[in-house]
Structures are given as structure tokens and as C-alpha cells.
Write a protein that binds this ligand. Structure first.
Ligand code: GTP
Length: 461
């Protein structure tokens, strides 16, 4: 587990350790150097003492007063060089102590370093010198302040170096951290990894933990939003699908309603209401564009007798069948509607009177030739035909077609009568006029064939 430290503790501890290390090395070196220096000084002092003793002994052998002078010299020397001599003893070859200084200090021979030397006369002497222990401390104190100065300088240098290094590394790490922060992917946020160096510090770890908490909550929020979004999308999808399905049902129902509203329930052709609308529209278009438009009014002959003979239900079937025949003959060229009862209207856009007459004749002949139901009922039709003329209204056209139908009925049924415009006479009218007959508005009848006459007669019986 990483110990909890702050930046200042870290820096101070590192500094202190460095300082102790450097100071320890410096002090150890200093003490070694001090010992070395003292040894050198002791050696020098002893050599000088030896030389002094030898000179004096050679000059005045056994003159102790001279030796004492040399002792004073040695002491002077030791004081000047900071090497205090605590006691000095000189022995002759027989071990007799010749000099002992100072008088009150007793030397323990075994503990003292002894130096043997030979005088010029060949006498052997042994010199015992005891240096004061304080000499080392004195030396150290003497040189302590320069050492402290050196260590302070080292410490200051160390501090400066550390400051530069730390500030640079912190700058680098923090700018890296800020860069990492700026690169957080908000779509797929992931926790930041702790920096190897900064990870040691409590403040950094706390800050990083805070940032990572924000990042994780952001990621969680995104996931929750994504889930909510998915749920909403699936709901919208199912609702849209249900609405589309409902819409299709409504469109279908609407179509059915429209068909029901516009279609005759029994014969499945247009009803009168729808025909009225279509009729007005086509009359308006034909008048505006000056295109031909023809109207056929088709009435089944003696239909009452069908009902009377075969019953109303059979009559219904015959009506349906007759409507289907009319629709097949007219096909896509015209509009078929049940005008009422056993009467049908056929609107023929772009049909002039000749084409309309042909179509009416075709219709009449097919109807007459058809055997309805199992009972082979034969039904004929009377047809009034009229073509829209200039300036004519829908009502006027209808009136002319209806009059023509009336004439077809009146002139024997199972025939086509063309309605001509007033004051315009066909060749037939002209012929009839020539023969002295009066044709008021229209004429033309189609000769029924023998079978058809038979059918009519069958019904009439
Ligand atoms: N079965 C059935 N008969 C109907 C329907 N609508 C009308 N009719 C019958 O059609 C007959 C029409 O009779 P009429 O007006 O006298 O005409 P018609 O017998 O065809 O004689 P003409 O038109 O003069 O040739 C009546 O008997 C009505 O009951 C229907 O929807 N179903």
C-alpha cells in the first residue's frame, strides 16, 4: 500500500536524507582527515622532541636542566601547533627514568607509545610521550567552522538543484495530467491512471479519485441515458408500428367506406349519388375542353314481369347479372351507375354520338342474347343515347337521353334511340319528313332480331 504523504513531507524527507548522507560523508572524511593530521603532528612533535633531546644530550650529557629546557621548548611547540603534550618521560638504556614532566603526572608505561633513539655517543634512550585527548577535539573545533560552511554550501546547492528538478518534473507531470484530462473521451469515459511519481502523494491521489469519480458517474449517466434512449426508441418503434398498422387499417376502412358510399349495394356499380358527381365533373371538363361526351340511359324491359314470374330474389340476381354485363361491355371506356330500380346510366367520355350508338347497340345485343339464371331468363334493354352539345348543361343532356329512352320504350322496347339536337335533323329524320311523318326530336331504332323478340314475348306472357 502506498504510504500517505504530502508533497512537502516528501521533499523535506528527501532533502533531509540527502543532507544527512552528504554531511555524514563530509564528517567522516573530516574526522579521518583530522586523525591523519593529528598523527602527522604527533609524529612531527616526537621527532622534534627526539632531535631536541639528542642535541642536548650530545652537548651536555646527563645535564637534566638542559633537557628540561628542551621540554619547555617542546611544550611551546605543541601549544603553537595545537598538539598539547600531556606528559613526557625519558628513560636511559637501563630503564632509569631520567626526566619526568610534569612531576605530578604518573605515566603508565604500557599505555604510552614509546620511541627509542640513540645518541651520537651510542647511548640508547627511550622517550615516552602522552598527548592530551583534547587535542583531537581542539583540532576538530579549530577546523569545524570551515566544514560547516562547506556543508551549508553543499546544502544550498542541493536545495537549489532539487527545487529546479522538482519544479520541472511537477510541471511536466501536471501538464501531462491536464493534457490527459482534456483528452477524456466523453462518449466512452474511462478512469485516469495515476502517474507513477505523483501517485505517491495524497493530494494528487485525492484529486485523481475525485476526477475519476466524476468520470465514472459520467460514464454511468451515459449508460443510463443510453438505456433510457433504447427503451424510448423501442417504445416509439412499437408505437409507430402500431400507428402505421392502425393507419393502414383506417385507410382500408376509408376505402371500404368510400366504396360503400359510392357503390350500389346490390349491383356493385356506382350509385346515383356518385354518378351525379361524376356526371357533373365530366360535363364540365368536356365543355371546357370541347371534347365529346355521351350518355346512355339503359332500362331493362318489363322487369316487373321477371319479379312477378321468378320472385324478387331472382329479380335481384338478374339485376346484378345485367349490371355486370353492362360493366363488361363498357369496360374501362366509361362509367356505369345504377340510376334507380332496373335502370342504369352509362357515361362515355370522348365518345361522339356514332361511337356511343355503336356501344349502345353492342350493349343491347349482348343483353338480349344473355340467358340469366338457371331458368334461362332473357331480358332485353331499351337504351336512350345522347351526346353533349355546346352550351348544354348536364340536366339538359340527361333530359334528352331520358326522352330518347322514353321513345325507345314507346316504340316497342329492346332498341336504341339516339337523341338529336333540336333543329338538327339526321338523314333518317329527313327521310321520314319526306315521307310526311313528323319526328320531333330524335329517331333511330334498331331492329330486334327474332330471338330477342322471342325473349320479350316470353316475358310478356
Ligand atoms: N328484384 C328487384 N326488382 C326491382 C328492384 N328495383 C326495381 N324493381 C322492379 O322493377 C320493376 C319496374 O317496373 P316498371 O317500372 O313497371 O317497369 P318495367 O316492368 O321494367 O316495364 P318497362 O320499364 O316499361 O319495360 C318493378 O316491379 C320493381 O319492383 C330491385 O332492386 N330488385
Amino acid at each position: 500500500m502506498v504510504p500517505r504523504r504530502n508533497v512537502s513531507h516528501f521533499v523535506l524527507s528527501k532533502l533531509f536524507a540527502c543532507y544527512l548522507f552528504v554531511a555524514g560523508i563530509a564528517l567522516a572524511g573530516f574526522f579521518l582527515w583530522s586523525h591523519q593530521q593529528l598523527d602527522l603532528q604527533h609524529q612531527t612533535a616526537i621527532e622534534q622532541l627526539q632531535n631536541g633531546f639528542m642535541d642536548i644530550i650530545e652537548q651536555s650529557d646527563k645535564d637534566l636542566s638542559e633537557v628540561t629546557k628542551s621540554l619547555a621548548l617542546g611544550l611551546q611547540f605543541s601549544k603553537e601547533n595545537g598538539v598539547p603534550i600531556e606528559s613526557v618521560s625519558l628513560f636511559d638504556a637501563r630503564g632509569k627514568e631520567l626526566i619526568h614532566w610534569p612531576n605530578n603526572v604518573v605515566l603508565e608505561e604500557s599505555n604510552q607509545p614509546s620511541y627509542t633513539f640513540q645518541s651520537a655517543s651510542g647511548e640508547i634512550y627511550q622517550l615516552l610521550v602522552r598527548f592530551s585527548d583534547a587535542s583531537l577535539y581542539g583540532f576538530v573545533v579549530h577546523h569545524f567552522f570551515p566544514i560547516i560552511g562547506l556543508l551549508s554550501f553543499q546544502l544550498a546547492l542541493l536545495l537549489l538543484t532539487l527545487k529546479i528538478l522538482i519544479s520541472r518534473s511537477l510541471d511536466g507531470v501536471f501538464s501531462g495530467f491536464m493534457r490527459e484530462l482534456s483528452l477524456i473521451n466523453l462518449r466512452h469515459p474511462e478512469p485516469l491512471q495515476a502517474d507513477a511519481f505523483l501517485g505517491q502523494f495524497a493530494e494528487y491521489r485525492q484529486m485523481l479519485a475525485g476526477v475519476n469519480r466524476v468520470i465514472l458517474s459520467l460514464a454511468k449517466s451515459r449508460e443510463e441515458l443510453s438505456d433510457i434512449n433504447q427503451v424510448l426508441e423501442s417504445r416509439i418503434h412499437s408505437k409507430t408500428a402500431a400507428l402505421e398498422e392502425r393507419n393502414l387499417e383506417l385507410i382500408e376502412l376509408n376505402k371500404q367506406l368510400s366504396v360503400i358510399a359510392n357503390t350500389d349495394a346490390l349491383t356493385q356499380v356506382y350509385n346515383r349519388t356518385r354518378f351525379d358527381t361524376l356526371f357533373s365533373e365530366h360535363v364540365a371538363v368536356a365543355s371546357r375542353r370541347n371534347t365529346p361526351l355521351a350518355l346512355l340511359l339503359v332500362d331493362l324491359d318489363d322487369f316487373k314481369k321477371v319479379n312477378d314470374c321468378y320472385g324478387h330474389q331472382v329479380g335481384d340476381h338478374v339485376l346484378k347479372h345485367a349490371a355486370r354485363i353492362i360493366q363488361e361491355v363498357v369496360s374501362e371506356e366509361g362509367i356505369v351507375a345504377r340510376w334507380g330500380g332496373e335502370e342504369f346510366a352509362v357515361l362515355l367520355p370522348y365518345f361522339d354520338i356514332t361511337m356511343a350508338e355503336d356501344k349502345a347497340e353492342q350493349l343491347r345485343s349482348v343483353m338480349a342474347a344473355t340467358h340469366f339464371e338457371a331458368q334461362s331468363i332473357q331480358v332485353t334493354a331499351s337504351i336512350g343515347v345522347a351526346q353533349l352539345s355546346q352550351q348544354e348543361t348536364a340536366a339538359q343532356l340527361l333530359k334528352r337521353a331520358d326522352d330518347a329512352l322514353y321513345d325507345a320504350k314507346g316504340s316497342g322496347r329492346n332498341r336504341v334511340i339516339i337523341a338529336y339536337l333540336e333543329n338538327s335533323h339526321t338523314q333518317l329524320e329527313i327521310n321520314e319528313l319526306k315521307e310526311g311523318e313528323f319526328v320531333e326530336v330524335f329517331d333511330v331504332e334498331t331492329e330486334p332480331n327474332p330471338d330477342e323478340s322471342e325473349a320479350s314475348q316470353k316475358l310478356s306472357t
